[in-house]
Design a protein around this ligand. Structure first.
Ligand code: FES
Length: 169
């Protein structure tokens, strides 16, 4: 019961935040992209119901707003984890077996190509194609810290370290 109340309170706060964003942007259709950016800052992604709400509030077709949200790479329609692990699978990193790092993380975090965020929303694994540090291949970036000559073992260790830090916090 308490959990349900907390959840409802959270949803009301988020809805209020979206309303505030819409008001701040004067419900201006031409400001759709900045509005979506600001909504994404609140949710860390663009939930379907937020997209529908923005579309309705701006008097725009939902399909149009979806089109914009899916066209730009910086928008994400799926929730992201608190910690972002980027694995480079560009040519140099692929040759140096970056695939093994991905496989290890997928196995450890219960992920797949279709679902790259852990169920506890703690980790997201993003695959990227060249981070401009090919000399360090294979390259992995964990929360903006770059690791060169990365290995599956190192990836697993870093996940354990972050988990330990999170549970100590
Ligand atoms: S291919 Fe991985 S950093 Fe360039």
């Amino acid at each position: 019961m308490q959990e349900t109340i907390e959840k409802t309170r959270e949803e009301v706060q988020r809805l209020a935040a979206v309303n505030e964003i819409l008001e701040r942007n004067n419900y201006d259709q031409s400001r759709l992209i900045p509005i979506l950016q600001q909504v994404q800052e609140v949710f860390k992604y663009l939930p379907k119901d937020a997209i529908t709400y923005v579309a309705t509030s701006l008097d725009l077709p939902v399909a149009h707003v979806y089109g914009v949200a899916t066209f730009y790479a910086h928008f994400t329609l799926n929730p992201k984890g608190k910690h972002i692990i980027r694995i480079c699978d560009g040519t140099a990193c692929h040759v140096k077996k970056s695939t093994g790092i991905c496989e290890k993380l997928y196995e450890k975090l219960g992920l797949s190509d279709d679902n790259r965020t852990s169920s506890d929303l703690m980790f997201t694994v993003d695959i990227v194609y060249c981070l401009g540090a090919c000399g360090l291949a294979p390259v992995m970036v964990v929360d903006d810290v770059v690791y060169g000559q990365a290995t599956p073992e190192l990836a697993a260790e870093l996940v354990d370290k972050i988990r330990a830090e999170e549970s100590a916090a």
